[in-house]
Design a protein around this ligand. Structure first.
Ligand code: GH3
Ligand code: MG
Ligand code: MG
Ligand code: MG
Length: 324
């Protein structure tokens, strides 16, 4: 049996759990509080859709954001609730904004139908419902939904790949530039502090040469984790490239940033990194340069340049240290 009633599915008791919908093309959520009408819709659709039937729009509103449905069919003339109100609620929620909606409309309800179409309802059928027409329209909506889902996920992937470093999953240099630019403008405008910490692994070439390039990669990944775990939510850790990283700290002055650097330095040096196919314990240290937004004529580039000069001093003075 492809249709399930609200009671059979255990709604709303199973809200929050995944709705298992398998072996069909369309996953349709239907809101209809007239038994005869509901049965006719299910019969028209069940050849290639799973239909979950609900009587109460309030329940539909709770399950629709799960992402388990391709289409919502709602009767415009429910006996005990307002189908149009459900449409407007679904359109206003982020998670259901793109869920296709189809209305079942009684002749004489044209004014409300037009309001529905105005608020973004995708399609409708008039009563008495012609089963083949309904099935064809549902197929079209389901296909379109699948395709736009696919396009949206591809777009999200592309956007993500453009700003993330594949080895460490930290943000990359490109993202750092735009992020730092934004924070810089905000800080300069509001007279708030802003600091950057430039981090470079000491003698990383030796780590590669001794333990192999894959072990070197493991060290970089573990380092990224240690950085991420030891900064605040509003701070951003990026991989600039190679064994160089940056932490950007909004609302943080030079002295506090130095202390953060010192804490990060210790959390790197304190415990060996487990790296390579043989799980070798590798001792790692890093040198760091700190700089902050300080001068009228400062730019993001100038601050990074000062951090780089500080980092150079940290290397020159013996490594495994923070200079600010
Ligand atoms: P210093 O203490 O002066 O920073 O010495 P260093 O050896 O860390 O610096 P150097 O710039 O000489 O060497 C960096 C090395 O990092 C050289 C390069 O092969 C290696 N490297 C760059 N990117 C990667 C990577 O993605 N993975 C691995 N395993 N190694 C990398
Ligand atoms: Mg380097
Ligand atoms: Mg170098
Ligand atoms: Mg280095």
């Amino acid at each position: 049996m492809r249709a399930s009633t609200e009671q059979q599915m255990g709604y709303p008791a199973m809200l929050g759990e995944d709705v298992a919908i398998t072996g069909c093309d369309g996953r349709v959520l239907m809101v209809e509080d007239r038994e005869g009408a509901a049965t006719r819709i299910v019969e028209a659709l069940q050849s290639d859709n799973d239909v979950v039937h609900m009587v109460d729009p309030a329940h539909a509103l709770l399950v629709a954001p799960s992402g388990d449905f391709d289409l919502l069919i709602v009767s415009l003339n429910l006996q005990n609730a307002d189908g149009l109100r459900l449409c407007s609620q679904l359109r206003s929620l982020d998670r259901t904004r793109h869920l296709p909606i189809m209305m079942i409309v009684e002749p004489g309800e044209e004014a409300r139908l037009h309001r529905g179409l105005d608020m973004g309802v995708n399609d409708y059928v008039m009563r008495p419902v012609n089963p083949s027409e309904l099935l064809a329209r549902v197929r079209t909506q389901v296909k379109r939904k699948r395709y736009t889902d696919y396009l949206r996920s591809r777009l999200e992937q592309t956007v993500e790949m453009a700003v993330l470093d594949p080895l460490t999953a930290l943000h990359n240099r490109r993202y750092l530039s735009s992020h730092l630019e934004t924070l810089f403008e905000e800080s300069a405008e509001r007279g708030r502090p802003l600091s950057v910490l430039l981090i470079d692994v000491d003698h990383f070439k030796v780590i590669n040469d001794t333990h192999g390039h894959d072990a070197g990669d493991d060290v970089l990944r573990e380092l990224a984790l240690r950085l991420r775990r030891n900064i605040r939510g509003i701070d951003l850790a990026c991989r600039l490239g190679g064994e160089e990283f940056v932490v950007v700290m909004p609302d943080t002055g030079l002295e506090s940033a130095y202390l953060v650097g010192e804490r990060l330095r210790q959390c790197i040096a304190a415990a060996p990194f487990i790296a390579g196919a043989q799980n070798k314990a590798v001792n790692v240290t890093a040198s760091m340069g700190v700089a902050a937004l300080e001068y009228e004529e400062d730019t993001p580039e100038l601050i990074l340049k000062r951090a780089d000069q500080a980092l150079y001093c940290a290397k020159r003075d013996g490594r495994n240290r923070v200079v600010g």
